[in-house]
Write a protein that binds this ligand. Structure first.
Ligand code: NDP
Length: 297
Protein backbone atom coordinates (compact mmCIF):
# COMPACT_ATOMS: atom_id res chain seq x y z
CA UNK A 1 0.00 0.00 0.00
CA UNK A 2 1.28 3.46 -0.80
CA UNK A 3 -0.25 6.41 0.99
CA UNK A 4 -1.76 9.44 -0.68
CA UNK A 5 0.81 12.19 -0.07
CA UNK A 6 -1.00 15.41 0.78
CA UNK A 7 0.49 18.52 -0.83
CA UNK A 8 0.31 21.17 1.88
CA UNK A 9 1.92 23.78 -0.36
CA UNK A 10 -0.83 23.38 -2.96
CA UNK A 11 -3.57 23.57 -0.31
CA UNK A 12 -1.98 26.71 1.12
CA UNK A 13 -1.85 28.31 -2.34
CA UNK A 14 -5.58 27.69 -2.78
CA UNK A 15 -6.35 29.13 0.65
CA UNK A 16 -4.12 32.16 -0.03
CA UNK A 17 -6.10 32.88 -3.20
CA UNK A 18 -9.30 32.89 -1.15
CA UNK A 19 -7.67 35.12 1.48
CA UNK A 20 -6.37 37.54 -1.17
CA UNK A 21 -9.92 37.98 -2.51
CA UNK A 22 -11.23 38.65 1.02
CA UNK A 23 -8.42 41.12 1.74
CA UNK A 24 -9.20 42.97 -1.51
CA UNK A 25 -12.89 43.24 -0.55
CA UNK A 26 -12.05 44.43 2.97
CA UNK A 27 -9.60 47.04 1.70
CA UNK A 28 -12.03 48.21 -0.99
CA UNK A 29 -14.91 48.69 1.45
CA UNK A 30 -12.98 50.12 4.42
CA UNK A 31 -9.93 51.79 2.87
CA UNK A 32 -7.84 49.83 5.39
CA UNK A 33 -4.98 47.53 4.41
CA UNK A 34 -4.49 44.99 7.22
CA UNK A 35 -0.95 45.01 8.59
CA UNK A 36 1.06 42.34 10.43
CA UNK A 37 3.93 43.51 12.64
CA UNK A 38 6.56 40.83 13.22
CA UNK A 39 8.94 41.11 16.15
CA UNK A 40 12.24 39.26 15.91
CA UNK A 41 14.61 39.26 18.86
CA UNK A 42 18.13 37.94 18.28
CA UNK A 43 19.75 36.16 15.37
CA UNK A 44 18.30 32.62 15.42
CA UNK A 45 18.69 31.51 11.76
CA UNK A 46 15.49 29.43 11.65
CA UNK A 47 13.48 32.32 13.14
CA UNK A 48 14.87 34.67 10.51
CA UNK A 49 13.71 32.31 7.75
CA UNK A 50 10.24 31.94 9.33
CA UNK A 51 9.80 35.71 9.63
CA UNK A 52 10.99 36.30 6.07
CA UNK A 53 8.53 33.69 4.75
CA UNK A 54 5.68 35.21 6.73
CA UNK A 55 6.40 38.69 5.37
CA UNK A 56 6.57 37.38 1.79
CA UNK A 57 3.26 35.59 2.31
CA UNK A 58 1.67 38.84 3.53
CA UNK A 59 2.68 40.59 0.31
CA UNK A 60 1.22 37.76 -1.78
CA UNK A 61 -2.30 38.21 -0.37
CA UNK A 62 -2.28 42.03 -0.22
CA UNK A 63 -1.47 42.52 3.46
CA UNK A 64 1.26 44.90 4.55
CA UNK A 65 3.88 43.90 7.09
CA UNK A 66 6.44 45.48 9.37
CA UNK A 67 9.56 43.91 10.82
CA UNK A 68 10.86 45.02 14.21
CA UNK A 69 14.33 43.57 14.85
CA UNK A 70 15.88 43.77 18.28
CA UNK A 71 19.28 42.50 19.45
CA UNK A 72 19.63 39.26 21.44
CA UNK A 73 20.58 41.35 24.49
CA UNK A 74 17.16 43.07 24.59
CA UNK A 75 15.62 43.20 28.07
CA UNK A 76 12.07 42.15 28.92
CA UNK A 77 11.14 45.78 29.62
CA UNK A 78 12.50 46.95 26.28
CA UNK A 79 10.46 44.32 24.48
CA UNK A 80 7.36 45.20 26.51
CA UNK A 81 7.81 48.84 25.49
CA UNK A 82 7.81 47.83 21.81
CA UNK A 83 4.71 45.64 22.30
CA UNK A 84 2.90 48.55 23.99
CA UNK A 85 3.78 50.78 21.05
CA UNK A 86 2.46 48.20 18.54
CA UNK A 87 -0.69 47.65 20.64
CA UNK A 88 -1.40 51.40 20.40
CA UNK A 89 -0.57 51.75 16.69
CA UNK A 90 -3.81 52.05 14.70
CA UNK A 91 -2.03 50.97 11.49
CA UNK A 92 -0.96 47.64 13.03
CA UNK A 93 -3.65 44.93 13.15
CA UNK A 94 -1.70 41.81 14.06
CA UNK A 95 1.38 41.32 16.23
CA UNK A 96 3.58 38.29 15.85
CA UNK A 97 6.39 37.71 18.33
CA UNK A 98 8.65 35.11 16.78
CA UNK A 99 9.58 32.37 19.27
CA UNK A 100 11.84 31.31 20.85
CA UNK A 101 12.87 34.45 22.75
CA UNK A 102 16.29 34.84 24.38
CA UNK A 103 16.64 33.32 27.86
CA UNK A 104 16.44 36.59 29.81
CA UNK A 105 12.90 37.21 28.49
CA UNK A 106 9.92 35.36 29.95
CA UNK A 107 7.79 34.29 26.99
CA UNK A 108 4.52 34.26 28.91
CA UNK A 109 5.01 37.84 30.09
CA UNK A 110 5.50 39.04 26.52
CA UNK A 111 2.70 37.01 24.95
CA UNK A 112 0.27 38.12 27.68
CA UNK A 113 1.13 41.75 26.83
CA UNK A 114 -0.04 41.50 23.22
CA UNK A 115 -3.48 43.09 22.87
CA UNK A 116 -6.06 40.27 22.56
CA UNK A 117 -7.51 41.86 19.39
CA UNK A 118 -4.04 41.83 17.78
CA UNK A 119 -3.07 38.35 19.03
CA UNK A 120 -2.95 36.64 15.62
CA UNK A 121 -1.06 33.63 17.04
CA UNK A 122 -3.93 33.01 19.49
CA UNK A 123 -1.58 32.72 22.48
CA UNK A 124 -3.21 35.29 24.79
CA UNK A 125 -5.10 33.68 27.73
CA UNK A 126 -8.29 35.52 26.72
CA UNK A 127 -8.16 34.00 23.23
CA UNK A 128 -7.19 30.54 24.50
CA UNK A 129 -10.08 30.77 26.98
CA UNK A 130 -12.50 31.74 24.23
CA UNK A 131 -11.26 28.81 22.14
CA UNK A 132 -11.75 26.35 24.98
CA UNK A 133 -15.28 27.69 25.55
CA UNK A 134 -16.17 27.13 21.90
CA UNK A 135 -16.43 30.82 20.94
CA UNK A 136 -13.06 31.54 19.34
CA UNK A 137 -11.98 34.94 18.12
CA UNK A 138 -8.87 33.60 16.38
CA UNK A 139 -8.08 29.98 15.53
CA UNK A 140 -4.51 28.95 16.48
CA UNK A 141 -2.44 28.81 13.29
CA UNK A 142 -0.85 25.35 13.23
CA UNK A 143 -3.88 23.50 14.72
CA UNK A 144 -6.18 25.30 12.27
CA UNK A 145 -3.78 24.38 9.46
CA UNK A 146 -4.03 20.72 10.43
CA UNK A 147 -7.83 20.95 10.52
CA UNK A 148 -7.87 22.57 7.06
CA UNK A 149 -5.62 19.79 5.71
CA UNK A 150 -8.03 17.13 6.95
CA UNK A 151 -11.09 19.02 5.74
CA UNK A 152 -9.77 19.88 2.29
CA UNK A 153 -8.35 16.37 1.76
CA UNK A 154 -11.74 14.80 2.47
CA UNK A 155 -10.62 13.15 5.72
CA UNK A 156 -13.47 13.44 8.23
CA UNK A 157 -12.69 13.74 11.93
CA UNK A 158 -16.23 13.40 13.28
CA UNK A 159 -16.79 10.23 15.30
CA UNK A 160 -13.28 8.95 14.60
CA UNK A 161 -10.31 8.20 16.84
CA UNK A 162 -7.71 10.95 16.70
CA UNK A 163 -4.43 10.53 18.55
CA UNK A 164 -2.22 13.59 18.95
CA UNK A 165 1.31 12.91 20.18
CA UNK A 166 2.42 16.14 21.90
CA UNK A 167 0.63 18.36 24.42
CA UNK A 168 2.28 21.74 23.85
CA UNK A 169 0.40 25.02 24.23
CA UNK A 170 1.15 25.85 20.59
CA UNK A 171 0.16 22.61 18.84
CA UNK A 172 -1.08 19.58 20.79
CA UNK A 173 -3.40 21.17 23.34
CA UNK A 174 -5.20 23.68 21.07
CA UNK A 175 -5.43 21.08 18.30
CA UNK A 176 -7.23 18.75 20.70
CA UNK A 177 -9.66 21.58 21.48
CA UNK A 178 -10.38 22.19 17.80
CA UNK A 179 -10.90 18.55 16.89
CA UNK A 180 -13.06 17.68 19.92
CA UNK A 181 -15.28 20.75 19.47
CA UNK A 182 -18.86 20.38 18.25
CA UNK A 183 -18.20 22.48 15.17
CA UNK A 184 -15.50 24.35 13.34
CA UNK A 185 -16.24 27.94 12.30
CA UNK A 186 -14.28 27.41 9.07
CA UNK A 187 -14.52 23.69 8.31
CA UNK A 188 -17.89 22.63 9.73
CA UNK A 189 -18.90 19.80 12.11
CA UNK A 190 -17.36 16.99 10.04
CA UNK A 191 -13.92 18.45 10.70
CA UNK A 192 -14.63 18.42 14.46
CA UNK A 193 -16.50 16.04 16.81
CA UNK A 194 -13.56 13.62 17.01
CA UNK A 195 -12.73 11.32 19.92
CA UNK A 196 -9.36 12.77 20.84
CA UNK A 197 -6.52 11.20 22.81
CA UNK A 198 -3.51 13.37 23.65
CA UNK A 199 -0.30 11.44 24.28
CA UNK A 200 3.00 12.79 25.62
CA UNK A 201 6.36 11.69 27.00
CA UNK A 202 4.75 10.04 30.05
CA UNK A 203 2.20 8.02 28.05
CA UNK A 204 2.51 4.29 28.74
CA UNK A 205 2.51 1.88 25.79
CA UNK A 206 2.59 4.70 23.25
CA UNK A 207 2.59 2.42 20.21
CA UNK A 208 -0.60 0.73 21.43
CA UNK A 209 -2.23 4.14 21.76
CA UNK A 210 -1.08 5.42 18.36
CA UNK A 211 -2.20 2.22 16.62
CA UNK A 212 -5.78 3.03 17.66
CA UNK A 213 -5.76 6.21 15.60
CA UNK A 214 -7.77 6.71 12.43
CA UNK A 215 -5.98 10.05 12.34
CA UNK A 216 -2.51 10.18 13.92
CA UNK A 217 -0.96 13.60 14.46
CA UNK A 218 2.71 13.89 15.46
CA UNK A 219 3.81 17.13 17.17
CA UNK A 220 6.80 15.92 19.12
CA UNK A 221 9.99 17.52 17.80
CA UNK A 222 11.93 14.23 17.48
CA UNK A 223 13.13 13.18 14.01
CA UNK A 224 11.39 10.08 12.57
CA UNK A 225 10.01 9.14 16.00
CA UNK A 226 6.77 7.65 14.65
CA UNK A 227 7.64 4.39 12.93
CA UNK A 228 5.50 2.31 10.58
CA UNK A 229 4.72 -0.15 13.43
CA UNK A 230 3.01 2.66 15.36
CA UNK A 231 0.50 3.36 12.57
CA UNK A 232 -2.85 1.64 12.02
CA UNK A 233 -3.09 0.45 8.39
CA UNK A 234 -4.98 3.00 6.32
CA UNK A 235 -4.74 5.80 8.92
CA UNK A 236 -4.24 9.44 7.99
CA UNK A 237 -0.90 10.63 9.38
CA UNK A 238 -0.29 14.34 9.87
CA UNK A 239 3.32 15.24 10.62
CA UNK A 240 3.66 18.62 12.35
CA UNK A 241 7.32 18.14 13.30
CA UNK A 242 10.09 20.19 11.77
CA UNK A 243 13.51 18.84 12.67
CA UNK A 244 16.84 20.04 11.35
CA UNK A 245 19.23 17.10 11.06
CA UNK A 246 22.63 16.60 9.40
CA UNK A 247 20.75 14.98 6.51
CA UNK A 248 18.41 18.01 6.16
CA UNK A 249 14.86 18.82 7.25
CA UNK A 250 12.61 15.97 8.41
CA UNK A 251 9.42 15.43 10.31
CA UNK A 252 8.49 13.42 13.41
CA UNK A 253 7.36 10.52 11.21
CA UNK A 254 9.67 8.04 9.49
CA UNK A 255 8.19 9.01 6.13
CA UNK A 256 9.02 6.28 3.60
CA UNK A 257 8.13 3.25 5.78
CA UNK A 258 5.05 5.11 7.05
CA UNK A 259 3.86 5.57 3.45
CA UNK A 260 3.63 1.77 3.17
CA UNK A 261 1.09 1.60 6.02
CA UNK A 262 -0.81 4.90 6.07
CA UNK A 263 -3.75 5.76 3.85
CA UNK A 264 -2.75 9.42 3.60
CA UNK A 265 0.24 11.34 4.93
CA UNK A 266 1.71 14.84 4.98
CA UNK A 267 5.37 15.25 4.03
CA UNK A 268 7.99 17.52 5.62
CA UNK A 269 8.61 20.01 4.08
CA UNK A 270 5.47 20.96 2.01
CA UNK A 271 3.08 19.60 4.63
CA UNK A 272 1.71 21.46 7.64
CA UNK A 273 4.23 24.33 7.51
CA UNK A 274 2.70 26.25 4.56
CA UNK A 275 -0.76 25.92 6.13
CA UNK A 276 0.47 27.50 9.38
CA UNK A 277 1.45 30.64 7.47
CA UNK A 278 -1.80 30.67 5.47
CA UNK A 279 -3.76 30.61 8.76
CA UNK A 280 -1.69 33.50 10.13
CA UNK A 281 -2.74 35.61 7.13
CA UNK A 282 -6.40 34.75 7.75
CA UNK A 283 -5.99 35.79 11.40
CA UNK A 284 -4.45 39.11 10.38
CA UNK A 285 -7.51 39.84 8.24
CA UNK A 286 -9.79 38.72 11.11
CA UNK A 287 -7.88 41.07 13.44
CA UNK A 288 -8.46 44.00 11.09
CA UNK A 289 -12.19 43.12 10.94
CA UNK A 290 -12.39 42.88 14.74
CA UNK A 291 -10.59 46.18 15.30
CA UNK A 292 -12.75 47.95 12.76
CA UNK A 293 -15.89 46.54 14.40
CA UNK A 294 -14.73 47.57 17.88
CA UNK A 295 -13.88 51.09 16.62
CA UNK A 296 -17.37 51.39 15.11
CA UNK A 297 -19.09 49.74 18.06
P1 NDP B 1 7.21 21.04 22.37
O1 NDP B 1 8.63 20.67 22.60
O2 NDP B 1 6.65 22.23 23.04
O3 NDP B 1 6.28 19.79 22.74
C1 NDP B 1 6.63 18.50 22.34
C2 NDP B 1 5.63 17.52 22.87
O4 NDP B 1 6.03 16.23 22.47
C3 NDP B 1 5.53 17.52 24.40
O5 NDP B 1 4.20 17.46 24.80
C4 NDP B 1 6.29 16.27 24.80
O6 NDP B 1 5.81 15.63 25.96
C5 NDP B 1 6.04 15.36 23.61
N1 NDP B 1 7.12 14.39 23.52
C6 NDP B 1 8.44 14.62 23.50
N2 NDP B 1 9.12 13.46 23.46
C7 NDP B 1 8.18 12.48 23.46
C8 NDP B 1 8.26 11.07 23.45
N3 NDP B 1 9.43 10.41 23.43
N4 NDP B 1 7.10 10.38 23.46
C9 NDP B 1 5.92 11.00 23.49
N5 NDP B 1 5.79 12.35 23.51
C10 NDP B 1 6.92 13.07 23.50
O7 NDP B 1 7.07 21.16 20.79
P2 NDP B 1 5.97 21.92 19.87
O8 NDP B 1 4.62 21.39 20.11
O9 NDP B 1 6.18 23.38 19.91
O10 NDP B 1 6.47 21.44 18.44
C11 NDP B 1 6.49 20.06 18.09
C12 NDP B 1 7.11 19.94 16.71
O11 NDP B 1 6.32 20.63 15.76
C13 NDP B 1 8.52 20.55 16.60
O12 NDP B 1 9.27 19.78 15.67
C14 NDP B 1 8.26 21.92 16.01
O13 NDP B 1 9.36 22.42 15.29
C15 NDP B 1 7.10 21.62 15.09
N6 NDP B 1 6.24 22.74 14.79
C16 NDP B 1 5.86 22.88 13.50
C17 NDP B 1 5.01 23.88 13.12
C18 NDP B 1 4.58 23.95 11.71
O14 NDP B 1 4.09 24.96 11.28
N7 NDP B 1 4.69 22.85 10.96
C19 NDP B 1 4.55 24.88 14.08
C20 NDP B 1 4.93 24.61 15.45
C21 NDP B 1 5.77 23.58 15.78
P3 NDP B 1 5.90 16.31 27.43
O15 NDP B 1 4.85 17.37 27.46
O16 NDP B 1 5.60 15.18 28.34
O17 NDP B 1 7.29 16.87 27.55
Amino acid sequence: MSAQVIDGKQLATTIDEETAAQVATFTHTTGITPCLAAVLVGEDPASQVYVRNKRKACEKVGLTSQLHRLPATTSEDELLTLIARLNAAAAVHGILVQLPLPRQIREARILDAVHPLKDVDCFHPENVGRLSQGRPRFLPCTPHGVQQILHRSGIPAAGREVVIVGRSEIVGKPLAMLLMAKDSPTCGPTAANATVTVAHSRTANLAQVTRRADILIAAIGQPKFITAEMIKPGAAVIDVGINRTAAGLCGDVDFEPACEVAGAITPVPRGVGPLTIAMLLINTLTAAHEQQASALG
